[in-house]
Design a protein around this ligand. Structure first.
Ligand SMILES: *Cc1c(COP(=O)(O)O)cnc(C)c1O
Length: 401
């Protein structure tokens, strides 16, 4: 029997895998020591668990355990990476290059630094959501200290040409950081073959718990140095002080191990479901995929249904299907997604979009239910829409106000 509501918002967060929860449980009640307590077995056991998790995380991305810094999540990791590099390399320059479709964690951190005197280049993206490599290279100056380009986008799933970007960064001796929060655990990521100097990840996007993540900081060729953003005690080799969240770290480690073991099988199961969903919804007239369809995450699709209000569409079924629209609903305004706008979509089409994030626990039955429900909802809204009627009557709606 199909259980409602159906969860298709895995890009916002994923459920914790029960195996992750099971791995974490002893660390609340039995192995509860402080990993920094060096003087007794409670501390030693906690430290051992942290060391093991550090290996699990490192292994998934091809790093060394010593290169992993645990944080409270990707947002904190992004802040530490960008602000930490900015402060540490101030002597070289104050120029940072990033892209307009980055997650708010990166955008807002860069905006913050801009106010402090940083010079930030905001690269545009093409219709597919990809940056232009020639434009990237042309933006580099002797003052450039960091290129920060996300691995895969959270709204449209588009994967950036990471190796080509890192080649350019290397050639010019500029550090390359990538927000890989949506990519790690879903597609193969390797900091060495991908040429990454700093990378952020988050447990709750990969079937682990919320409130724990990590920053990868390269230690060799080049050795990356960061100015700490949180002081007090010198944990995590001085880069991030504060008592370690041992159960969270154990959960993140387990989540990484499971992703490494099951990524291929998960992708083989999820991709056909995503493709089936996409193909079925594209049968609706005037529907479109947003962003590249060849370079994107296996579990994501973002679709626009022209002449339909995304919010109105959602109202029809959001008690039964959980997903996101292309609008960032703030208290005062209903802004169309800046990511979709950056692809060149009109406000209308951006508002008419739905983001589907499938996951490890998505079933065929849920996908069939979503197809039926959303098809019915789009048809129903259009049947009541004067604009749709005009379109069907052959009125060219793009030429009238
Ligand atoms: C979710 C997400 C973040 C923020 O991660 P938190 O761990 O929730 O702070 C950053 N970047 C991307 C691309 C994300 O999807």
């Amino acid at each position: 029997m199909l259980q409602l509501p159906v969860y298709l918002d895995n890009n916002a967060t994923t459920p914790c895998d029960p195996r992750v929860v099971a791995a974490m449980l002893p660390y609340f009640t039995e192995v509860y020591g402080n990993a920094a307590s060096r003087s007794h077995p409670f501390g030693w056991a906690a430290e051992e668990a942290v060391d093991y998790a550090r290996e699990q995380v490192a292994k998934l991305i091809g790093a060394e355990p010593k290169e992993i810094v645990f944080t409270s999540g990707a947002t904190e990791a992004v802040n530490l990476a960008i602000k930490g590099v900015y402060e540490m390399y101030a002597g070289k320059g104050q120029h940072i290059i990033t892209a307009v479709t980055e997650h708010k964690a990166v955008l807002d951190t860069c905006k913050h630094l801009e106010k402090q005197g940083a010079h930030v280049t905001w690269l545009p993206v093409n219709r597919d959501g990809e940056i232009d490599l020639a434009e990237l290279e042309a933006a580099i100056t002797p003052q450039t200290i960091l290129i920060s380009i996300m691995y895969a986008n959270n709204e449209i799933g588009v994967i950036q040409p990471i190796r080509a970007i890192s080649d350019i960064a290397r050639k010019h001796g500029v550090l390359f950081m990538t927000d890989a929060t949506q990519a790690v655990g879903k597609i193969p990521v390797d900091v060495n073959t991908d040429g990454i100097d700093l990378l952020t990840l988050s447990a709750h996007k990969m079937y682990g718990p919320k409130g724990i993540g990590a920053l990868y900081v390269r230690r060799r060729s080049p050795r990356v140095k960061l100015t700490a953003q949180i002081d007090g005690g010198g944990h995590e080799r001085g880069m991030r002080s504060g008592t370690l969240n041992v159960p969270g770290i154990v959960g993140l480690g387990k989540a990484c191990e499971l992703c490494q073991a099951e990524m291929t099988a998960d992708t083989a199961r999820i991709t056909p479901m995503r493709d089936h969903l996409e193909k079925a919804l594209l049968e609706l007239e005037q529907s479109y995929v947003n962003g590249s369809i060849s370079h994107r995450l296996p579990h994501t699709t973002n679709l626009s249904f022209k002449y339909v209000e995304g919010e109105a569409l959602m109202m029809g079924f959001n008690k039964n299907i959980a997903l996101s629209t292309g609008s960032a609903c703030t208290s005062a305004s209903l802004e169309p997604s800046y990511v979709l706008k950056a692809l060149g979509l009109s406000d209308d089409l951006a508002h008419a979009s739905l983001r589907f994030g499938l996951g490890r626990f998505t079933t065929d039955e849920q996908i069939d239910y979503a197809i039926q429900t959303i098809t019915d909802a789009v048809n129903k809204l259009r049947s009541m829409s004067p604009i749709w009627e005009m379109y069907k009557d052959g009125v060219d709606l793009d030429t009238i106000a």
